[in-house]
Design a protein around this ligand. Structure first.
Ligand SMILES: Nc1ncnc2c1ncn2[C@@H]1O[C@H](COP(=O)(O)OP(=O)(O)OP(=O)(O)O)[C@@H](O)[C@H]1O
Length: 752
């Protein structure tokens, strides 16, 4: 039987990929005869130091392998297939994790490939397999480990694991300004020629002035050369600044579009402050590398080469001595620039952490003040700032060693040349005019040379910042896991019927323990074997103690995360067969704490509903009892509601969030703790609005306050990630002790 997930039918496999796959199958043939342990050893060796392949790349390779080999396409060919995929990835200088494992009842063994713990092109059933061998690709780590790693180990990791970048990649960002960049290089070359021409003119002048000063053509030519050179340099600098701004813009826009589209789990791992510092601070650093690097390595190197030829022609021995000194300095500085890149990466990384800490504290400033934690927090931040200062000093040390080394070596060069030149003038084997021309050439060469040396420092620092930018840019976008072709072939759920159906859903936030140990995997699950059916035109409520997993259920419906196993059906289709964008068009979601975006009332209402009329806005504000806000403000809908809605009360924020979801056409309404901050009158108003909604929608409500959900059509009770009962209020009072207890605490333990 062909593997169900083979997506060749959906995608075209290119000739290049077919050749690669064929080569990989041929190369991997001997491995099929080896024991898994031997294969493990070989793969551990070959995947070492190779960057991790993306899921898309591995899926493409897998498709190609399945296309060229029928044996690899069959279920029984899993070993052959998985080995060929890893070998093909290796041929592309990439790595992926190779795994073997087994499942019980009925017993079956399997081999498959993973990227970042996600099995590629495998059915959900794979989560039931216990891994026996797992060759982790070099760049994959277990977040479980990262969490428990001491700071020192994390620091060491930071030292080694930043993505490699180079100037070519940096300059690729200036692709849109290719013409200007070309012009800059041409201008640089012209300026270099003009600069190199000057010493000859000066030498001519010295000779001509031995008989007295006159304004002659040589002097006028020299003036013109200097003036033109100045004008061209100005234009060159302006163009470079412009290209620099373009590069910063390019990096920022790719970062911004990437940042807003990452899988939600990536935001869980990072602090907002760190992400902001990458967009603002790190991108700015690219400009200097571009400007200094271009000037130094184009016109600078041209002047150096031209001047060197001039020097060599004038006195070869002297020139070779100078060249030797310069080469020695150059090697030292080149090595140090690598150190600078690494140090700069770490400085930026720690700066990101500092921004994250400040951002976190400013967000919770009221809590910090009220708990008298100001000085504790201040100390924590200062400690981080101090650590950053130490890293900065370390970076400064390397940079400051670089400057004297380059200056000193250049000065030594100058001294040798001048001393030796003076000697040659004194013995009459060189004219004074030649020595002046020689010294001028040297002088002209020293400027660009120190610029080139200095540029190594700038470039190193910028490449460090670029690594941090690249670190985010290499992450897969949320949409890259959309429309998994494997998903469409899943059987439909037996209890299908509702608009939203959960069928045996298991989910844990920490994916990395996946399959390594089935017991700890179960411990890790936040939702276990969830079966839930929310019907159209009905209100379904989820209740349970704090941390039971209620909000997680809503987040899975939104596909912020995908279940580890089981299926979620929306409108009869597995939610993974929709693109996330299409799925979210069907849903309106009011998060817990009802976040509000900084801006006007109008912006908040139109978020996701851009075509809604003003009249409709006024009507919904009335419906949620917020009309008084626009009545008391002369700006009406344009009244500003401050950062995160801080100028609104908690209850007002919840009602505004509800107003936004009332304006939406979506058929599925998810409301998480919408009434937690409301007084009883507003709660009744909100209940009425929800009741009206359910007439033509599927409403799923998460609530602690049972008063808001007792009359729901269906109530699910959740405890420690499991549904322990479902039914109407009266049925649950009778059969579910936890619900009875919750109801009793809220004086709602009467049958209604
Ligand atoms: N992004 C996340 N990463 C890791 N763990 C998380 C994440 N979000 C929630 N959790 C954990 O998952 C569990 C369930 O959280 P969830 O927010 O779904 O609970 P809840 O039932 O809605 O709780 P509450 O009623 O207090 O809002 C909690 O133990 C929580 O710590």
């Amino acid at each position: 039987m062909d593997v169900a997930l083979f997506s060749e039918k959906q995608k075209k496999v290119t000739i290049k990929m077919r050749i690669l796959a064929l080569l990989a199958i041929l190369l991997s043939m001997p491995l099929n005869w080896l024991s898994p342990n031997r294969i493990e050893k070989i793969f551990t060796r070959i995947t070492k130091n190779k960057p991790l392949a993306s899921e898309k790349e591995v899926l493409e390779i897998r498709d190609a392998v399945c296309t060229v080999s029928r044996r690899c396409r069959s279920q029984e060919g899993c070993l052959r297939r998985s080995i060929a995929v890893v070998v093909a990835a290796w041929l592309k200088r990439r790595s992926a994790s190779w795994n073997t494992g087994f499942a019980l009842e009925p017993f079956r063994a399997h081999a498959w490939v993973e990227v970042k713990g996600i099995p590629i092109g495998e059915p959900d059933e794979i989560s039931l397999y216990t891994k026996v061998i797992s060759v982790l690709a070099h760049s994959e780590e277990k977040p479980g480990k990262i969490k428990s790693e001491p700071k020192k180990a994390q620091e060491d990791k930071g030292k080694l694991d930043h993505p490699k970048t180079n100037l070519r990649e940096l300059f690729a960002l200036a692709n849109g300004d290719k013409l200007e960049l070309f012009l800059v290089i041409i201008l640089g070359i012209i300026c270099a020629c003009l600069t190199l021409f000057q010493p000859n003119l000066v030498a001519d002048l010295v000779q001509q002035y031995s008989s007295g000063f006159v304004v002659n053509s040589t002097l006028i030519l020299l003036m013109i050369v200097i003036a033109v050179s100045m004008i061209l340099t100005t234009i060159q600098y302006y163009l470079l600044q412009k290209i620099g701004e373009g590069v910063v813009f390019e990096a920022r826009s790719s970062l911004i579009s990437h940042l807003l589209k990452l899988p939600i789990i990536e935001y869980d791992k990072r602090s907002v402050g760190d992400l902001i510092s990458r967009v603002s601070g790190d991108t700015s650093r690219l400009r200097m590398a571009l400007i200094q690097g271009t000037i130094a390595f184009t016109s600078g190197s041209f002047i150096v080469v031209g001047a060197a030829i001039g020097l060599a022609l004038k006195d070869m021995v002297l020139f070779l001595t100078a060249l030797f000194c310069v080469c020695l300095a150059f090697i030292g500085i080149f090595l140090m620039s690598n150190l600078i890149q690494k140090s700069s990466f770490r400085v930026q990384q720690e700066l990101g952490k500092l921004s994250g800490m400040i951002e976190r504290d400013l967000h919770a400033i009221r809590t910090i003040r009220s708990t008298n934690a100001t000085s504790t927090e201040e100390n924590k931040i200062k400690l981080q700032a101090e650590y950053l200062r130490n890293l900065g000093i370390r970076l400064a040390k390397i940079q400051s060693i670089m400057t004297p080394i380059s200056n000193m070596s250049l000065q030594i060069c100058g001294l040798i040349v001048l001393g030796f030149g003076g000697y040659r003038v004194s013995i009459g084997s060189m004219s004074l005019a030649d020595l002046i021309a020689f010294a001028l050439l040297l002088f002209i060469m020293i400027g660009p040379l120190s610029q080139i040396f200095g540029a190594f420092s700038w470039v190193g620092e910028s490449l460090g910042a670029f690594s941090r930018i690249k670190e985010l840019l290499v992450l897969d976008l949320e949409t890259s896991k959309d429309n998994n072709p494997a998903i469409t072939s899943y059987p439909k759920s037996s209890n299908e019927g509702g608009m939203v159906v959960f069928h045996k859903v298991n989910f844990g936030y920490n994916k990395l323990d996946f399959g390594t140990d089935i017991i700890s995997q179960n411990d890790n699950l936040i939702l276990k074997e969830i079966d839930l059916n929310a019907e159209f035109g009905k209100r379904t409520a989820i209740v349970g103690s704090s941390g039971a997993g209620k909000s997680t259920i809503l987040q899975l419906i939104e596909r912020f995360y995908d279940p580890d196993s089981g299926h979620i059906y929306v409108n009869g289709k597995d939610c993974r067969s929709y693109s996330r964008e299409d799925l979210r068009k069907l849903i309106t979601y009011v998060e817990q704490n009802a976040p509000i975006i900084a801006g006007s009332l109008r912006e908040n209402l139109l978020l996701g509903n851009p075509t809604v009329t003003e009249e409709k806005c006024y009507n919904v504000l009335k419906e949620v009892n917020l009309s008084y806000l626009i009545e008391r403000s002369p700006e009406k809908l344009d009244m500003i509601i401050g950062e995160s809605g801080t100028t609104l009360s908690g209850g007002e924020r919840q009602r505004l969030a509800m107003a936004r979801s009332l304006l939406s056409d979506a058929e599925i309404v998810l409301l998480d703790e919408l009434t937690s901050n409301l007084d009883s009158l507003n709660e009744i108003g909100m209940k009425k609005a929800i009741d009206k909604m359910r007439e033509n929608k599927t409403v799923i409500v998460v609530a602690h306050r049972l008063s808001t959900i007792v009359d729901s059509d269906m109530i699910y009770v959740l405890e420690h990630g499991r549904i322990i009962g479902s039914g109407s209020h009266n049925e649950l009072l009778e059969k579910v002790p936890l619900y009875r207890k919750l109801a009793k605490e809220q004086f709602l333990d009467k049958v209604i």
